[in-house]
Design a protein around this ligand. Structure first.
Ligand SMILES: [Mg+2]
Length: 403
C-alpha cells in the first residue's frame, strides 16, 4: 500500500478546508487573477490561520473510529461515529451546517448504545418534514470511509451510505459519498484520478452530471454548491482543471460559494492521488483544529485507518518511542559553524529534548516536538511533518555540550 497517498486523503482534505475557510460564502473577496488563496483564517467561524473547520472536524470523528480498526458498516461502529458527532456538537463548533445542526441538536445527551439508530430516525424525520436533506454536509466528511475499507468496493459503498445516512437521509447525499469514496480508494491504490470508477454503484444520472462538471470551471456551480450534487461537481471540476494538488485546491477555492467544503472534498481526492508529500510543508505546519489535532495526528489516523487499526511491527505510528535503530549513534556533536547547535542522529533522539528534528526515519509519536511548542520537527516518513523553527538541539541533552 502507498501510505503517502493514504495520508494525503486526510492532509489534502484538511488543507483544502483551511485554504477555503477565509473565503466561504464571500467572507472575503476571492483571489483575483494571478493571486493565490492563503490560509488566513476568519470565514464564517472566525477561525485562526491554518485552522480547519467543520468539514475536517467531523471527518476526524470518523477517522478516529476507523483508526481503531472498526468496520464502518457495523452498527456498533456507527454508534461510536454518532456519539462522536454529538461530542463535537456539544463542544460548540464555530460553524455548522443547518441540516447537520437540525439533526444533532435534539439528540444532545444521547447514550452510545442506539445512537446511530436515533440519529438516522431524526434525519429521516427531517427529510419527511422538509424534503430537502441533500446538503453537502455528509460528502464533506466522507473521505475516512474510503481509508477504512481500501480495496473493498462493496464495503466502501455500504459504509459510505451508512455514515452519510446518519445525518443526511436523501439518497443523493449517500450516492455522492459512494462515488467520491470509490474514487479516493482508486486513487490511493493506483495514483489515478477517475471519479467514474463508482458509476456502476449509483443512479444513472451521475454520468451526465460528471460530464457537465468536466465541461465547466468550478465557479459554474458556486451558486448552489451547498447542495451535495453541485459540491461534488465543483470539486471534480477543480480536480480535472487544476492539474495538481495545489493548483486543484486553488481552483476549488477560486470557484466561490462554499469554498472550504468544495476544497475539502477536492483535497481528499487530490491528496489520494498525489500523496501527503504533495501538501506543502508551510501548509502542514499551519494545519490544526478540533479535537486538538495537527498534521502529524491526521497522518497517524490515516495510516492506522488504512491498516485496519494496526500499527506496524515496531509500533509505528502509534508508539511513543521506536526502538528500531539500535545501530544508530547515540552521540551528539556541536555544529562546526555554531557550537550552540548540537547535531545527532536518530539513535540519540529522546522524547522532549530536541528543538527541531529533520529526519528521513520513522519516529515515535513523542520523539519529535509538536508545532506550536518551542520544539519542532520535519520527517519524510510522515510520522512528523511539522516545524515551527529550525534552531538548536539543547536543554536536557544527555551528553556534553559546549560551554
Ligand atoms: Mg466548513
Amino acid at each position: 500500500m502507498n501510505l503517502d497517498r493514504a495520508v494525503g486523503v486526510l492532509l489534502g482534505a484538511a488543507a483544502g478546508d483551511a485554504l477555503g475557510v477565509p473565503y466561504e460564502y464571500g467572507s472575503r473577496p476571492l483571489p483575483g487573477p494571478g493571486e493565490q488563496a492563503h490560509m488566513l483564517g476568519g470565514g464564517l467561524g472566525g477561525y485562526a490561520p491554518g485552522q480547519w473547520s467543520d468539514d475536517t472536524e467531523m471527518a476526524c470523528v470518523i477517522a478516529e473510529v476507523a483508526a481503531a480498526g472498526a468496520d464502518l458498516r457495523d452498527e456498533a461502529a456507527l454508534d461510536r461515529v454518532a456519539v462522536g458527532f454529538l461530542r463535537w456538537y456539544a463542544d460548540g463548533p464555530a460553524d455548522i451546517g443547518m441540516q447537520t445542526s437540525a439533526v444533532l441538536g435534539p439528540l444532545h445527551g444521547t447514550d452510545e448504545a442506539g445512537a446511530a439508530a436515533r440519529m438516522r430516525a431524526r434525519a429521516a424525520e427531517l427529510h419527511a418534514r422538509t424534503g430537502r436533506t441533500a446538503g453537502n454536509g455528509s460528502l464533506m466528511r466522507t473521505a475516512p470511509v474510503a481509508l477504512a475499507h481500501l480495496g473493498d468496493p462493496d464495503a466502501i459503498a455500504a459504509a459510505a451510505h451508512a455514515v452519510s445516512g446518519l445525518t443526511h437521509h436523501d439518497p443523493q447525499a449517500g450516492e455522492a459519498c459512494v462515488l467520491w469514496c470509490l474514487a479516493i480508494d482508486h486513487a490511493v491504490r493506483t495514483g489515478e484520478l477517475d471519479v467514474r470508477v463508482g458509476l456502476g454503484r449509483v443512479g444513472p444520472g451521475w454520468s451526465a452530471l460528471l460530464d457537465e462538471a468536466e465541461c465547466a470551471t468550478p465557479d459554474r456551480f458556486a451558486a448552489s454548491n451547498g447542495w451535495v450534487v453541485a459540491a461534488l461537481q465543483g470539486a471534480w471540476s477543480a480536480v480535472v482543471h487544476g492539474g495538481g494538488l495545489q493548483t486543484g485546491l486553488q481552483a476549488a477555492v477560486r470557484g466561490g460559494g462554499d469554498t472550504d467544503t468544495v476544497a475539502a472534498i477536492a483535497g481528499a481526492l487530490l491528496g489520494a492521488a498525489y500523496g501527503g508529500s504533495a501538501v506543502p510543508g508551510r501548509w502542514r505546519r499551519m494545519l490544526h483544529g478540533w479535537p486538538g489535532l495537527r498534521s502529524r495526528d491526521l497522518t497517524r489516523l490515516a495510516i492506522l485507518a488504512a491498516q485496519r487499526g494496526r500499527p506496524d511491527r515496531d509500533g509505528w505510528p502509534s508508539a511513543p518511542t521506536l526502538d528500531t535503530y539500535p545501530g544508530s549513534s547515540r552521540r551528539v556533536v556541536p555544529h562546526p559553524d555554531d557550537p550552540g547547535v548540537l547535531l545527532g542522529a536518530v539513535g540519540a533522539l529522546r522524547p522532549g529534548v530536541a528543538d527541531a528534528v529533520v529526519s528521513l526515519c520513522r519516529l515515535g509519536a513523542e520523539e519529535a516536538p509538536r508545532a506550536g511548542s518551542r520544539r519542532a520537527t520535519t520527517s519524510r516518513c510522515g510520522s512528523s511533518t511539522e516545524r515551527t523553527r529550525t534552531s538548536t538541539w539543547r536543554a536536557c541533552w544527555p551528553t556534553r555540550r559546549p560551554s
